[in-house]
Design a protein around this ligand. Structure first.
Ligand SMILES: *[C@@H]1O[C@H](CO)[C@@H](O)[C@H](O)[C@H]1NC(C)=O
Ligand SMILES: *[C@@H]1O[C@H](CO)[C@@H](O)[C@H](O)[C@H]1NC(C)=O
Ligand SMILES: *[C@@H]1O[C@H](CO)[C@@H](O)[C@H](O)[C@H]1NC(C)=O
Ligand SMILES: *[C@@H]1O[C@H](CO)[C@@H](O)[C@H](O)[C@H]1NC(C)=O
Ligand SMILES: *[C@@H]1O[C@H](CO)[C@@H](O)[C@H](O)[C@H]1NC(C)=O
Ligand SMILES: *[C@@H]1O[C@H](CO)[C@@H](O)[C@H](O)[C@H]1NC(C)=O
Ligand SMILES: *[C@@H]1O[C@H](CO)[C@@H](O)[C@H](O)[C@H]1NC(C)=O
Ligand SMILES: *[C@@H]1O[C@H](CO)[C@@H](O)[C@H](O)[C@H]1NC(C)=O
Length: 425
């Protein structure tokens, strides 16, 4: 990622990166061309072209690091090892990484055992990449690195889960009196006083300005995002040292998405309707533009977490009709599984945008590894917004939350992978 692609040193980095991005872009164009031509299954095509899971990860890694040391790096992962290709292994000795009851910062939306979940198998799995190992999370190293610094998670409620997991992974080494968490509107800040460090979460479900930006009241079906508005939220992200973005689930309304061209105050609103993919592509490009303009990538790191899969439709994995993640206690064994809620077209947009960009962002491709974990969602085991009526109570699957994850759980693994990419890129 060094020299930085920020505007201060535009001459070196594009030169070094161009051949690869051009290659990737050409490859993707070719894939799209072939898809149109033969309407073949994409995964099959990727296989034919050797654009396999490993190769695609390398491609992303290469755009960020071609030999020079990244900020915070203390070592490196075995060359060519795709951290995101692997399997879950049962681990009774190191899991869970913390106990639900030991982390006082977990809100009642994620504490599944505390809300009556009877099984706890979901807490005992560790991610094992095929080609290498994930180093164990070292909270001391992470906190020393964060001394005098800010780490921020920006995005939707899935990123909030990852933020909470990070807080829990770290908080145990900080004494009671020296840690605290405060929420003010869109921003939640965990402070570690003795380290002068903060780990923050900022609610911006689309990254851009939208009509769902109220951190507490944002349930709506008619979602609109304002074009070119990333600075609305972005001004609150300046000065962050380690940034983690995500955005996905709120884009899923249908095949089309409404983009507001003027402002939300206009009496007559100027609306442009785009395909969800094009709208998403716009947001990704705006995010990269913001990073390029506002972050010094010689000193900071930026991560992007891919789409968090849901398990809302049990027929996806061959379950009974009308079911979902409710009452699921085992994971999906089929290695090629890909749920219908998880859009491949969005993943393709991410690949295209990152692949052709000179802005070095580290991609956390957690989609596939999480897609096996139908057993790990909060389901009915969380605080409900409203008291349950007897009718609701009688049909638990009807109100199960199959998007969010229990903690401790799957999102601790996302952070272990983030830890790995941060220190051993
Ligand atoms: C872990 O514990 C479970 C339940 O106690 C047991 O069934 C399983 O065999 C153990 N697995 C390993 C790898 O030790
Ligand atoms: C991915 O890489 C690992 C280790 O480098 C290797 O064992 C595995 O066969 C590769 N998978 C594919 C699909 O190429
Ligand atoms: C964790 O990191 C600290 C600080 O870098 C180091 O002193 C310690 O040895 C590490 N612990 C382990 C278990 O690697
Ligand atoms: C505390 O950290 C902030 C950055 O988050 C920095 O600007 C400030 O100088 C630090 N203060 C001290 C006393 O180190
Ligand atoms: C909360 O944020 C607002 C606007 O960012 C600010 O004016 C206010 O002082 C903050 N309140 C507290 C208690 O920090
Ligand atoms: C889950 O699936 C049900 C039934 O198909 C649907 O009514 C509901 O809107 C879905 N919920 C979410 C959050 O996707
Ligand atoms: C939950 O699953 C078990 C077996 O997997 C089944 O026996 C039981 O009836 C299910 N419970 C409900 C309420 O669906
Ligand atoms: C993320 O990983 C999945 C499965 O391993 C792969 O199909 C996809 O192409 C990867 N996405 C990108 C953008 O590399």
């Amino acid at each position: 990622m060094e020299p930085s692609s920020s505007s201060s040193s535009p001459s070196t980095s594009p030169l070094r990166r161009t051949p690869f991005s051009t290659y990737l872009f050409a490859l993707l164009s070719f894939v799209v061309f072939l898809t149109v031509l033969y309407s073949e299954d994409l995964s099959c095509l990727f296989g034919h072209l050797g654009f396999d899971i490993n190769a695609s990860d390398r491609s992303i890694a290469n755009t960020e690091n071609e030999g020079e040391k990244l900020p915070f790096a203390i070592g490196e992962t075995i060359k060519g090892c795709n951290l995101f290709s692997g399997k879950w292994v049962r681990d009774n000795s190191t899991r869970p990484v913390y106990q639900e009851s030991d982390c006082p910062f977990l809100p009642p939306q994620v504490t599944c055992r505390g809300h009556g979940r009877p099984d706890k198998e979901y807490q005992y799995w560790r991610w094992q990449p095929h080609g290498c190992s994930v180093p164990s999370f070292n909270a001391t190293l992470m906190m020393e690195t964060l001394r005098g610094k800010r780490m921020m998670f920006v995005g939707d409620s899935l990123n909030r889960g990852q933020f909470l997991s990070m807080v829990c992974l770290l908080q145990s080494i900080i004494p009671e009196h020296a840690k605290s968490m405060h929420k003010n509107g869109s921003l939640t800040v965990f402070s570690a006083k003795d380290y002068n460090a903060t780990i923050e979460y900022y609610w911006a479900p689309f990254l851009l300005e939208s009509n769902a930006d109220d951190a507490d009241v944002h349930r709506m079906s008619d979602r609109t995002v304002r074009k070119g508005s990333i600075n609305k939220h972005g001004r609150n992200w300046k000065g962050v040292d380690i940034m983690v973005f995500d955005t996905y689930v709120w884009w899923l309304t249908g095949l089309k998405f409404k983009i507001l061209k003027g402002s939300f105050e206009d009496k007559v609103k100027d609306i442009e309707v785009l395909s969800t993919e094009d709208a998403y592509r716009m947001a990704m490009n705006d995010m990269l533009g913001w990073v390029d303009k506002n972050m010094d990538l010689k000193k900071t790191r930026v991560f992007f977490t891919s789409m968090s899969p849901s398990h809302n439709i049990s027929t996806d994995w061959g379950g009974s009709p009308n079911g979902n993640c409710y009452n699921e206690t085992t994971m999906i064994e089929n290695p090629t599984y890909w749920g219908s809620d998880t859009r491949k077209s969005i993943m393709q947009v991410i690949g295209e945008v990152f692949g052709s960009s000179r802005v070095p962002i580290t991609f956390l491709n957690i989609t596939k590894l999480s897609s096996y974990r139908k057993d790990a969602h909060t389901s009915i085991y969380k605080k409900q917004l409203l008291p349950l009526t007897p009718e609701k109570r009688a049909n638990p699957a009807g109100y199960a939350d199959c998007w969010h994850w229990c903690l401790p759980g799957v999102q601790d693994t996302w952070n272990e992978l983030l830890f790995t990419k941060l220190f051993y890129p």
